[in-house]
Ligand binder design. Structure first.
Ligand SMILES: C[S@@+](CC[C@H](N)C(=O)[O-])C[C@H]1O[C@@H](n2cnc3c(N)ncnc32)[C@H](O)[C@@H]1O
Length: 220
């Protein structure tokens, strides 16, 4: 299909503008970003605040009560989603790093949402497969090792209710998915996922050129 490209190139100046205007500014989130940048050497892993804000907005808009996140790092996306859940809502976070998620817990507690979050440490695939195969999640975010995205998707999809949303981060991988000369394992895994989602009749799919590429699927 040929379409005229109406997207703009996001220069550093435009991205700076989005960071200042593209979401509600929040001092606690600003502090979490600052501490992540100052104390870890992997700050680029952090979900950008405007994307995390969108995730919280979507969770609130669909009235999500049960949510899951695969890949938590220092807890920014989980913080935004947990804030959007009702008082009896619950977010299950899966990660392998005790060190990074210790920071996450501190910020969740400061935000008053720590009681809504269960953090399970260990390989996410093991944690997912240990969950009962029942449709319980309203919202899910997949943001861990790219090679497992397809498998995470199937494990999460079978546990997501109809009209629940599953979000995938990094689906454009710095734009490299569209360059056939690049055949890194992450790029191959993400291309494989993107091909599969576009053809998957079980879900409605939209890929957004937000940050590193965000795909949202709705389970039919
Ligand atoms: C991109 S970061 C997540 C960013 C996070 N969503 C945020 O809001 O900042 C990816 C995370 O996935 C975790 N991870 C990588 N491989 C994993 C695995 N096999 N099982 C569970 N977590 C994993 C890493 O420890 C890291 O914290």
């Amino acid at each position: 299909m040929k379409l005229r490209n109406k997207s703009i190139v996001i220069t550093p100046e435009i991205y700076g503008y989005i960071v200042e205007h593209g979401h509600n500014l929040d001092p606690l989130i600003a502090e979490l970003i600052e501490e992540t940048q100052r104390t870890t050497d992997r700050a680029s892993l952090q979900t950008p605040p405007e994307q995390a804000t969108l995730m919280g907005m979507l969770a609130r808009a669909i009235g999500a009560r049960e949510a899951i996140e695969v890949g938590t790092f220092t807890g920014l996306s989980a913080l935004c989603v947990a804030r959007a859940l009702p008082a009896n809502g619950h977010l299950l976070c899966l990660d392998i790093s005790a060190e990074w998620t210790a920071m996450a817990r501190r910020y969740w507690d400061r935000a008053g949402v720590g009681h809504k979050i269960t953090l399970r440490l260990g390989p996410a695939l093991d944690s997912l497969r240990a969950l009962p195969p029942v449709e319980r999640f309203d919202s899910a975010y997949i943001d861990a090792d790219k090679g497992n995205y397809r498998t995470y998707y199937e494990e999460v999809l079978m546990r997501t209710r109809t009209n629940g949303l599953i979000l995938f981060d990094n689906v454009l991988w710095h734009g490299e998915v569209a360059n056939p000369r690049i055949r890194d394992p992450e790029v191959l895994a993400l291309r494989d996922l993107n091909d599969a989602l576009a053809a998957d009749r079980r879900v409605e799919v939209v890929m957004l050129p937000m940050d590193d590429g965000l795909t949202i699927v709705r389970k039919k």
